[in-house]
Design a protein around this ligand. Structure first.
Ligand code: ATP
Ligand code: MG
Length: 737
């Protein structure tokens, strides 16, 4: 066989058929791990190798930038040279590039700016103000969400029919949408949704432009097709429906069982309608799964069979080592024990030579990563958080930490600066400059200067808001002495308006941020004092990571789409967490089925080891709340799973651990962190930490190099570094030197 065909030899017959059917529309509809992405990549290479098109004549759409990078690498490897000049990326990236070429057709110039959510909100408020809409009564976020929905469906203001209108602001939403679009044009700006909307509109209304693109793109490839929304679909269809005699060479690959973005407007109907829009389409089904062992595959298939709204498909294993180990379902006492279990297994895997890059922890909600991150740090296991920031680096956590730092230390100017106008307190640049001036002249911290400043502000609203903040800190410090740091932190976040800010926020990330804040309070509960906690975080943040390549991956299930790992941990399979409380509240089967698809995505990421776990208790600010195992655990086939850990949970109320009250709500009547009712359940206090080091020891620190220990307190060392100043560090980051 010539080298030319080598890459084809790595495919099975069906995959090969999908790759070689180059002319005309192709839909590959197949389960997880059947090689859909491999087909798409190979098809790309095959098109180039067989001389059907130049690299720049293929349009390839991936779901994330990471997937785009991977595909570029895989294509390069197959064609044996760097793949350049490709039109390969996410819908947004590709559309931004196209829009730059035709910006003037929608009243922009090619240098237009792309706005982020903050800018969008600011602009919407201006527009609403100008239209005399009361921004207090109608939060701008609601309008933003409505506009986004329209944009996801390809509706420009002119295309929104009265039937599509919402009752927002007494039926003014459509007019506001039009005014907002005009403002964007005036500013030469586009929001994220505009990228697709504008390009689709241009292609719809300018046949000459469309014809140009038709001549350019001979082949179109789309991965994760099940998650496209309507406007993305319209864009694809416009580009793909080339007039005769040109071919409609579009190849989409997807899996209806992995559709997990309906909240972002993805429509499963797009799959079903493919055959109608592209008559004569070749539909290829792949049934051999090459990724997972038999038990993992059987468990995932059995689980997803509980969904009714699916196309249904057979999946069998294509692996030789198919027998493999059963899916483990581990019952644990609480979330801390869960984090320990995961950490221990990762340690054991590492000792037996397992690569960390082949291990992933996939969580349902972002806040869950915190417990695992701390455990991994303790064990000295390097990790990365994919598709998001590490817990203590997240925006809302940094904000909250800034509040706590000011609480502990009024002179912490950096922290005060971060929060003085978050949430917005109506302080403009001039006011902030004035605050700095006062601080400098009177040589006082900013938080004191703010008090003086408050007296001079002309704007009554700003004056009031700043006063409240300054007085608030006085009150919270008094509370800290009386009630302890957890209650105080919860109160502070509520009273400062910080929690409220995220509650008002209608963006998709806002609920996750609120959960992160609750998780922060939980983390604080593990420390005796505020100072102890702040120091812990400062030290955790110190850890240097740039050097390590081999790391465990932590991410949400949503971010894990398309990826695979040898060993996958799936923690927190509890009612109210997974399936999420929101999906249960909505009540309908639809939301629940989407959660189940998410579980299916999770399980099918694993090649050889899948470890599902559920904790019987979760602590919510010192309260223990019992949780019941997820229904998804019961939906796994008993013969494919191995249960571990006693069923120690007592009969539990199916109440959610994650209530949506104010942060202080959990305390309600009893304003003390360790609630009496919890007495029975209280596990032991954190044992005193000891360290093998003593003053005088020579040590080596990962980041600061050699030094001498001068003082020891629990697991914290004070070290005189040879090449850096004296520092306090955690003992696990140093070795005997
Ligand atoms: P997902 O639905 O999760 O996106 P997928 O259908 O895109 O999965 P791939 O990621 O392309 O599946 O393939 C899964 C794994 O199986 C990969 O490791 C891939 O290299 C391997 N694989 C695919 N086809 C074959 C084959 N014919 N022979 C051996 N291994 C294969
Ligand atoms: Mg894939």
């Amino acid at each position: 066989m010539s080298t030319h065909d080598d890459y084809l030899a790595r495919l099975n017959a069906e995959q090969r058929a999908a790759v070689e059917a180059l002319d005309g529309p192709v839909l590959v509809l197949a389960g997880a791990g059947t090689g859909k992405t491999r087909v798409l990549t190979t098809r790309f290479a095959h098109i180039l190798k067989s001389g059907r098109a130049w690299p720049g004549q293929v349009l390839a759409v991936t779901f994330t930038n990471k997937a785009a990078r991977e595909m570029r690498e895989r294509v390069s490897a197959i064609i044996g040279e760097p793949a350049e000049g490709l039109w390969l990326g996410t819908f947004h990236a590709l559309c931004a590039r196209m829009l730059r070429r035709h910006a003037e057709l929608v009243g922009l110039t090619s240098g237009f700016t792309i706005l982020d959510t903050d800018d969008q909100i600011r602009l919407l408020k201006q527009v609403m103000d100008a239209a005399g809409v009361d921004v207090k009564r109608w939060p701008a976020n609601g309008l933003m969400a409505a506009i986004q929905r329209w944009k996801d469906r390809g509706l420009t203001p002119e295309r929104v029919t009265p039937a599509e209108d919402t009752d927002y602001a007494g039926g003014k939403a459509r007019a506001l949408y039009a005014a907002y679009q005009q403002r964007l044009r005036d500013l030469n700006a586009a929001d994220f949704g505009d990228l697709l909307l504008h390009v689709t509109e241009i292609l719809r209304t300018h046949p000459d432009v469309l014809a140009d693109w038709h001549r350019r793109f001979r082949y179109i490839l789309v991965d994760e097709y099940q998650d496209t929304n309507l406007v993305q679909y319209l864009w694809l269809r416009l580009l793909a429906q080339r007039p005769e005699p040109m071919h409609r060479n579009i190849c989409c690959v997807g899996d209806d069982d992995q559709s997990i973005y309906s909240w972002r407007g993805a429509e499963i109907e797009n799959i079903l309608r493919f055959e109608k829009d592209f008559p004569g389409a070749k539909v290829v089904r792949l049934e051999s799964n090459y990724r997972s062992t038999k038990p993992i595959l059987a468990a995932a298939s059995h689980l997803i069979a509980h969904n009714t709204g699916r196309l249904g498909k057979t999946l069998r294993t294509g692996r030789n080592d198919a027998d493999g180990e059963k899916v483990r379902v581990v019952a644990l006492w609480d979330s801390e024990e869960e984090a320990r279990m995961v950490g221990d297994r990762i340690e054991a895997a590492r000792r037996s030579g397992h690569s960390l890059a082949e291990i992933a922890i996939l969580v349902r909600a972002g806040f869950q990563t915190r417990a695992f991150e701390e455990r991994l740090i303790t064990l000295g296991v390097p990790y990365r958080v994919v598709g998001g920031a590490k817990f203590y680096e997240r925006q809302e956590i940094r904000d909250a930490m800034a509040y706590l730092r000011v609480l502990a230390q009024p002179a912490d100017d950096l922290a005060f600066e971060r929060i003085v106008n978050v949430p917005k307190r109506g302080l403009g640049d001039t006011a902030l400059r004035e605050m700095h001036r006062i601080a400098r002249e009177e040589r006082i911290p900013l938080s004191y200067a703010a008090e003086t400043l408050a007296g001079t502000l002309k704007l009554a609203k700003a004056r009031q808001a700043l006063r409240e903040l300054v007085q608030g800190f006085g009150r919270w410090r008094a509370l800290l002495a009386k009630e302890g740091h957890v209650v105080t932190a919860a109160t502070l976040l509520d009273e400062s308006g910080y929690t409220e800010m995220w509650k008002q926020d209608r963006s998709a990330e806002a609920p996750g941020r609120l959960e992160n804040l609750k998780e922060l309070l939980r983390a604080m509960g593990e420390f005796e004092t505020l100072a102890g906690f702040l120091e812990h975080v400062a030290l955790v943040m110190e850890t240097d990571e740039a050097a390590e390549q081999d790391r465990v991956s932590l991410m949400t299930l949503h971010a894990a789409k398309g990826l695979e790992f040898d060993m996958v941990f799936l923690p927190g399979w509890e009612e109210g967490l997974f399936p999420s409380q929101r999906s249960l509240d909505e009540g309908g089967e639809k939301a629940l089925e989407e959660e189940r698809r998410l579980a299916y995505v999770g399980l099918t990421r694993a090649r050889r080891h899948a470890i599902v776990s559920a904790a019987a208790n979760r602590r919510v600010y010192g309260n223990w709340t019992s949780a019941i195992p997820s229904r998804f655990i019961d939906e796994l086939p008993p013969e494919q799973i191995e249960r571990e850990g006693a069923e120690r949970s007592r009969p539990a109320m199916p109440a959610s651990v994650f209530d949506r009250g104010p942060l202080t709500g959990g305390f309600g009547a009893a304003r003390r962190p360790r609630v009496i009712e919890a007495g029975l359940w209280e596990v032991q206090e954190r044992p005193a930490r000891t360290t093998p080091f003593k003053p005088g020891d020579r040590v080596f620190h990962q980041k600061f190099g050699p030094g001498t220990v001068v003082a020891v307190e629990e697991d914290r060392l004070e070290i005189d570094f040879d090449k850096a100043e004296r520092k306090r560090v955690l003992d696990r980051f140093v070795e005997p030197g």
